[in-house]
Design a protein around this ligand. Structure first.
Ligand SMILES: C[S@@+](CC[C@H](N)C(=O)[O-])C[C@H]1O[C@@H](n2cnc3c(N)ncnc32)[C@H](O)[C@@H]1O
Length: 432
């Protein structure tokens, strides 16, 4: 085994105890930061996404080629799909969050003639500039009344965006509503969706979204939108030609029932599911879900977080306060060490973790119904700590895969996350 001093021996002890092979491969940056400098990946930002470099590494590791159908059942913003399309490998992605599903799908809109889109953008920009100039100094309320616009139905809307910012965002959105070409619409959608977050009153570069109420930044909405479109225009020149790209199918669905979502038989999985770390993908995408008219009311976002694996926001947590969430019977042995430590400390957190693992087990059990007998998969997960109790997600998942009849080939241990001690990412590599 290659070991590096980066990793603490504590984990190795667990892997060895459970007789799981492990390796420490050297892959550059495995975080979202790597994607911010790569074409197409930089169109949309999601901090818990993984890096294109990691996907390329796993493509080699799992020996994917133009004949293998690769699935990412927890697609996020679509890092896996973008890389696989570039490499000409057939791909199917599943995502439960409709905003992220659209962002992933639209990021694969490469079948446009770049120069024609550039031409269209020039004309569109002129119209947007004219509109924004025409309403300079007019209050948001008057613009809304005159143009018959609608405020995003998100709670505390003016905490999310300053009024002049919202006015310009809404005017851009209204202008783009007149675009007829479907592909251009998608590309404009991505750029606007990114600006919605870029221009919000939130802290930048935080893993979780949080308000920055007292900032004094002057926000240039049109400038930001222009920059987003310029990235898209530049990157469209760098994507491979149509005949070299792979066919990609992006589906909205729940991967705990993967067999009823994906019609085809899957050869490979490359994915990073949520971890039991109390991160809410719904909370993080809420401003965009409401601004882009994907959701109309708070019930929809609360329900989505309840249905998503690892959801933790609002109702997803409040329904776990009372009672005891039991692990599935066949998981009780695997989860017992965690439960006996966590339950006495914090019943709610224990319920949360048990629900997480039960749902991951639903996914693994149903995956068996949709894979070839040469199947190979890599699940990237991070460890986490709940109320001081270390959750070795990779070990538990490895045991769960074994229980469902998969072979656990090895764990690939990557790096400490965020420079914090004892945080790392691991690929659980399985096959059948
Ligand atoms: C760690 S993120 C994936 C990030 C992705 N690797 C990327 O680079 O963008 C996990 C994703 O799983 C999604 N998810 C959670 N529960 C799901 C479910 N039951 N079915 C499908 N997707 C789900 C979340 O919405 C989130 O986008």
């Amino acid at each position: 085994m290659i070991q590096t001093e980066l990793f603490e021996s504590d984990y190795i002890v667990h892997y060895e105890k459970h007789k799981i092979r492990y390796e420490f491969p050297v892959v550059g940056d495995v975080t979202f930061l790597n994607g911010l400098s790569e074409p197409v990946h930089r169109w949309f930002r999601l901090t818990p996404s993984y890096s294109p470099e990691l996907v390329r590494y796993l493509v080699q590791e799992l020996r994917c080629d133009r004949e293998t159908l690769v699935c990412d059942p927890f697609l996020g913003k679509g890092t896996t799909g973008i890389e696989l399309k570039k490499l000409g490998i057939p791909f199917v992605g599943i995502e439960i969050n409709p905003l992220l599903k659209l962002a992933s799908e639209y990021a694969l809109t490469w079948e446009v003639e770049q120069s024609k889109f550039a031409e269209h953008w020039k004309e569109t920009l002129a119209k947007i500039e004219e509109t924004i100039d025409g309403f300079k100094g007019v209050t948001l309320e008057n613009v809304i009344a005159e143009k018959k616009l609608k405020l995003p139905p998100i709670h505390d809307v003016f905490r999310w965006w300053k009024k002049y910012v919202l006015r310009d965002l809404l005017l851009i959105k209204e202008s783009l509503g007149k675009v007829r070409n479907e592909n251009y619409k998608r590309l404009y959608w991505i750029a606007l969706c990114s600006s919605v977050l870029d221009c919000a009153n939130i802290h930048r570069n935080h893993p979780t979204i949080s308000f920055d109420d007292n900032h004094k930044r002057k926000i240039d909405v049109l400038g930001d939108f222009k920059e987003n479109i310029e990235h898209i225009l530049a990157d469209l020149k760098r994507v491979p030609p149509r005949e070299k790209t792979g066919k990609a199918n992006i589906l909205l669905g729940d991967s705990t029932h993967i067999a009823s979502v994906v019609p085809d038989i899957i050869d490979r999985v490359i994915t990073s599911p949520p971890y039991p770390n109390r991160f809410s993908y719904v909370h993080t995408t809420r401003p965009q879900l409401f601004f882009m008219d994907v959701f109309e009311n708070a019930t929809q976002s609360a329900d989505l977080d309840c249905a998503a694996i690892g959801g933790t926001w609002g109702k997803a947590t409040s329904v776990l306060y009372n009672g005891v969430v039991e692990p599935y019977e066949h998981l009780s042995g695997i989860l017992q060490p965690m439960i006996s430590e966590l339950r006495p400390k914090h019943n709610l957190m224990c319920n949360y973790a048990v629900k997480y693992f039960n749902m991951m087990d639903d996914h693994i059990a149903d995956l068996k119904n949709r894979i070839t007998n040469k199947f190979r998969g890599a699940y990237i997960v991070g460890n986490s700590r709940l109320k001081g109790v270390e959750i070795l997600t990779e070990v538990v998942l490895a045991k769960m895969f074994e229980h469902q009849g998969f072979t656990v080939d090895k764990l690939l241990v990557f790096r400490k996350r965020g420079g914090k001690k004892k945080l790392y990412e691991t690929a659980v590599c399985v096959s059948r």
